[in-house]
Design a protein around this ligand. Structure first.
Ligand code: ZN
Length: 272
């Protein structure tokens, strides 16, 4: 059964969201959740649309939903296009993220509010974002603290938009961290105290589990993991190709990738 974020929050102090972009990644996420007996979020990013159309993604998730006897959240990750968000909602996604963090504050509020109004009619939950982060593909410089989420703005954003969760910038980054990540735990506490919303920490690949647990105690209710899964899958395929040489087959390579993604997903699901 597909559930929204609000329902999923009731079953866990912190949810883990993993990205999927093909059958293998979705299988890995759902297998890991089943083994761990934990709720999970399968997230599809707008960035994957170039090779996997939204209609196909929603259809695929619907089939998996019928096969797997467990609730999970089908979430749209980092959508900057309102049209893509509306399409995802009508196609059956149970949760969406509208990322207006690159827009002026008032414009972000206005667009996010529009999404919330539409989503509510379908029982779909909405995650917004405030504060700057580097791009989802992990490129770009580390964000300086001047651009972290402002607690006062977060309170206004929460009140004016009615979002169900808020992604924050508190020293986290997409992609591979260069050096040790430094999470601003005090700021998480301040944002939580001001906005009274479940907070979301993107870019959790590479943040030590002790820090993730501490962030959860400060108010994080959803963590996003993508890089670790994607990198480990690619590494396992490379190892396979290196050992098999010219006789390597794609079907076997994908098995290795799926197994690696499942191991990573289980590790994060079991860190709480
Ligand atoms: Zn993200």
């Amino acid at each position: 059964m597909l559930i929204n974020l609000e329902s999923a929050f009731q079953s866990s102090p912190c949810l883990v969201s993993f990205n999927f972009y093909n059958i293998e990644s979705l299988t890995a996420i759902l297998n890991a959740a089943k083994k761990s007996e934990k709720p999970v979020i399968a997230a599809f990013g707008e960035g994957y649309l170039s090779h996997m159309p939204l209609k196909l993604t929603a259809g695929l998730a619907g089939i998996f939903d019928r096969i797997y006897d467990m609730p999970f959240v089908l979430h749209l990750d980092h959508a900057r296009s309102k049209e893509v968000v509306f399409q995802a909602i009508t196609l059956g996604f149970s949760s969406v993220m509208y990322d207006g963090s690159h827009l002026p504050f008032e414009q972000n509020i206005q667009n996010t509010k529009e999404i919330v109004n539409y989503a509510k009619k379908y029982g779909v939950t909405v995650e917004g974002e405030l504060g700057c982060m580097n791009p989802e593909d992990g490129t770009g410089p580390r964000i300086q603290s001047d651009y972290y989420t402002n607690p006062g703005q977060a309170a206004l954003f929460a009140a004016k938009t009615g979002v169900d969760a808020l992604a924050v910038s508190v020293g986290n980054a997409h992609g591979v961290y260069s050096g040790q990540p430094h999470i601003d735990f005090d700021r998480i506490l301040e944002i939580r105290g001001a906005a009274h919303l479940p907070l979301v920490l993107h870019g959790c690949s590479g943040i030590p589990f002790d820090d993730i647990r501490k962030a959860v105690r400060c108010g994080i209710r959803k963590i996003n993991v993508n890089t670790d899964m994607a990198v480990e899958a690619a590494k396992s395929v490379k190892t396979f190709l290196d050992t098999q040489g010219e006789t390597a087959r794609m079907d076997k390579a994908m098995e290795y990738a799926q197994a690696a993604m499942e191991r990573v997903a289980e590790k994060y699901l079991n860190c709480f």
